[in-house]
Design a protein around this ligand. Structure first.
Ligand SMILES: *Cc1c(COP(=O)(O)O)cnc(C)c1O
Length: 363
């Protein structure tokens, strides 16, 4: 990052950080070339080849994301899960243990429960909102993993506590910042080691690609990049182009979505007892009897998994993202059959409230 860029605010960085003017082009062109003439390279990871994440589209995007999350370097991946799995497998090896927040995103939770043990990595689950003295630390625990705003109950995790615990016990700290985005939280500034994203969600924001990202120190990102080169979950240049385009409007979109979400949360609080909304971001969860009937009546909100796009979505987690969990695991994560999650898009707030009102059960 140039010193000029360091002084810019996020809204400016989202549009300009890392930009290279290819032939003066205002927008980064799509470099649809799998390989490049690359004489003089001395290390494998420096070869220019799409799987090695070294195309110009990757380079610009990495610089942009590093600037937004205040990291030294970044790496984009073929999905959020590719970022999470590659990063965790880079940080941990057989014989070590992971401390993981209970109730993480369903795919992450399944990876921790069902894949890591097969590779000799055990996982201890903990509640990141409790006293750290009660967290189940073992002599071979090497890393800690949390989501900055938990999914789907939207609890804000005290990251300063996670940082001091990790530092005190020599753990690598990882935070999935998908729900908060760098507009609400910049975990690296607080001392977290690695920040992860499902870029499918707010960072891209248009529900048209699946992508992931990890941001951190240059040294850690290089180690993860070398592992990604072997595991193969790299992002295609066309998806890089779409993600770069989406990022430019992240601050605009997120501000609108957060403002509308606050209004919807107030509307819901007048009608149901349980509303989960931390006062930031664009996702809300609430409990409603016979939620499926209400969801079926929605016209503007689409009933679909995912979040963070300009289109408003509604979903019942127990019937979608948590489908891989057992009833017991769901209960531990606080997910019941009545829970509904809304992802507020960029439509007019009056139209969104009218849609909820026409779908609402009559008393
Ligand atoms: C969606 C999501 C993921 C997984 O991302 P994909 O892009 O679908 O692979 C991980 N973490 C959180 C918090 C998510 O919402």
């Amino acid at each position: 990052m140039s010193s000029d860029e360091r002084r810019h605010a996020l809204a400016t960085l989202a549009i300009h950080a890392g930009t290279e003017r290819f032939d003066g082009a205002v927008v980064t062109p799509i470099f649809q070339s799998s390989t490049y003439a690359s004489a003089g390279v001395t290390e494998y990871h420096q070869l220019k080849y799409i799987r090695l994440s070294t195309s110009p589209n990757h380079r610009v995007l990495h610089a942009r994301l590093a600037a937004l999350e205040c990291g030294e370097d970044a790496l984009v991946t073929a999905s959020g899960m590719a970022a999470i799995t590659t990063t965790v497998l880079s940080v941990l090896q057989a014989g070590s243990r992971l401390l993981a927040e209970i109730g993480c995103y369903g795919g992450t939770d399944s990876f921790f429960r069902h894949e890591l043990p097969r590779l000799g990595i055990e996982v201890d689950f903990f509640d990141a909102t409790t006293d750290p003295a009660s967290w189940p630390l073992q002599p071979n625990t090497r890393a800690i993993y949390v989501e900055s705003i938990s999914n789907p109950l939207l609890r804000v995790i005290p990251l300063e506590t996670v940082v001091s615990f990790a530092r005190g016990h020599g753990l690598v700290s990882m935070v999935d910042n998908t729900f908060a985005t760098p507009l609400e939280m910049r975990p690296l500034e607080l001392g977290i080691d690695l920040v992860l994203h499902s870029a499918t969600k707010y960072l891209n924001g248009h529900s048209d690609i699946v992508a992931g990202a990890v941001v951190g120190s240059a040294k850690r990102i290089l180690a993860i990049r070398k592992r990604l080169n072997h595991l193969g979950g790299s992002l295609d240049p066309h998806a890089c182009y779409l993600l770069e385009r989406g990022l430019k409007t992240l601050p605009l979109r997120f501000r609108q979505q957060s403002a509308s979400a606050a209004v919807v949360a107030d509307w819901l609080r007048e009608r149901v007892e349980v509303v989960h909304y931390p006062g930031i971001g664009g996702v809300i969860a609430f409990e409603l009897d016979d939620a499926d009937a209400m969801l079926a009546r929605l016209k503007l909100f689409l009933v679909a998994p995912s979040l963070g796009g300009v289109e408003s979505l509604a979903v019942r987690p127990a019937a979608s993202t948590a489908l891989e969990m057992t009833p017991k695991e769901m209960e531990a994560a606080g997910i019941n059959q009545h829970l509904v999650r809304l992802s507020i898009g960029c439509e007019d707030i009056g139209d969104l409230l009218a849609d909820l009102a026409q779908a609402w059960p009559s008393l």
